[in-house]
Design a protein. Structure first.
Length: 152
């Protein structure tokens, strides 16, 4: 949300993100399928798999085959737009790389996914680097268990 001075009155204005600009900045054509996938990934609050992306495109009447969706996902990942996440379920899920660093809790009963952003992993990462003389470029930490809804 940004503030804009309009006729001497300060008003809050939400500046809309343009997926076309982001794709063009990465030298990617802004096709309907690519724009729809970027919009979907910006709207969801948890990592999604390719099958969910294909279903979304079908609901939007954007005709594309699964191989094209896989190519788009690989291209977005190679360009740094997406990061793959694996929850030991035999497939990858994806989320935007621009999301703040966080981890996930996966319920082993209902398979719900909850973002966990209040971990103190940054301190642990610094300690590992200092004690072991390593350079940590990235990490993956997922929690598995039973969510509160399934416990009740």
């Amino acid at each position: 949300m940004s503030q804009v001075l309009y006729n001497c009155i300060m008003v809050n204005v939400q500046i809309k993100h343009d997926c076309k600009d982001e794709l063009n900045a990465l030298n990617l054509r802004a096709t309907p399928a690519r724009i729809a996938l970027m919009t979907l990934l910006e709207a969801v609050d948890k990592p999604i798999d390719v099958q969910s992306m294909i279903e979304h495109l079908n609901k939007k009447d954007i005709k594309t085959d699964p191989a094209t969706v896989f190519r788009i996902v690989n291209m977005f990942t190679d360009k740094g737009l997406l990061k793959p996440i694996q929850f030991n379920e035999g497939k990858f899920r994806y989320e935007l790389s621009s999301k703040a660093d966080h981890h996930h809790f996966i319920c082993e009963q209902c398979e719900s996914i909850t973002d966990i952003s209040d971990c103190n992993i940054d301190e642990l990462q610094k300690e590992i680097q200092k004690k072991k003389g390593l350079i940590v470029k990235r990490h993956s930490l997922e929690f598995f268990g039973i969510c509160q809804s399934c416990r009740n």
